[in-house]
Design a protein around this ligand. Structure first.
Ligand code: FES
Ligand code: FES
Length: 166
């Protein structure tokens, strides 16, 4: 990839050409400009995970990814997981049912990391689940509720071959 003034990419299935605000704009900032405000910016330093999105099916902390690096990529945000306003995807449902969040500010991070994990490992071990979540900080739940929700998301997954991203 090279630097560019406009980024062409797919975000949550929508093909976009987005002019860069400036050469140092982060992917998180750009996504929020396109209305993906579910991608939260907490630390803006790669520490908390709140800004996590999938880029070509891998989880990235989008606050430390220059927007131009996503040129010609497929990005999926927390807002692209559920098929409609009235529905939740299975991982989101598990977090809701298991009280996996409180204020919700951090929660896109764990959920997107779990999606990335499940795309590459449909039946992950406890260690793999913990490892996938290790880059996420939550100031509300003490993380035990997140772990419980993550285990539920893995165990309740109806069919390991199902595409959790719908
Ligand atoms: S906002 Fe990106 S890691 Fe904290
Ligand atoms: S639910 Fe509030 S920071 Fe995690």
């Amino acid at each position: 990839m090279t630097t560019c003034r406009s980024v062409e990419l797919t975000v949550d299935g929508e093909v976009l050409a987005v002019p860069l605000a400036d050469p140092t704009e982060s992917l998180a900032q750009m996504l929020r400009r396109t209305g993906r405000t579910g991608t939260h910016i907490g630390c803006a330093n790669g520490d908390c995970g709140a800004c996590t999105v999938l880029v070509d099916d891998r989880a990235y902390k989008s606050c430390v990814v220059p927007a131009w690096r996503a040129d010609r990529s497929a990005v999926r945000t927390i807002q692209g997981l559920a098929p409609g306003d009235a529905a939740l995807d299975p991982v989101q449902r598990a977090f809701r049912d298991e009280d996996g969040f409180q204020c919700g500010y951090c929660i896109a991070g764990p959920i997107m990391c779990l999606h990335a994990l499940l795309r590459h490992d449909p039946a992950p071990s406890e260690d793999a689940v913990r490892s996938s979540l290790s880059g996420n900080l939550c100031r509300c739940t003490g993380c035990q509720q997140i772990l419980r929700a993550a285990r539920a998301a893995v165990s309740q997954r109806p069919d390991p071959s199902e595409d959790v991203d719908g």
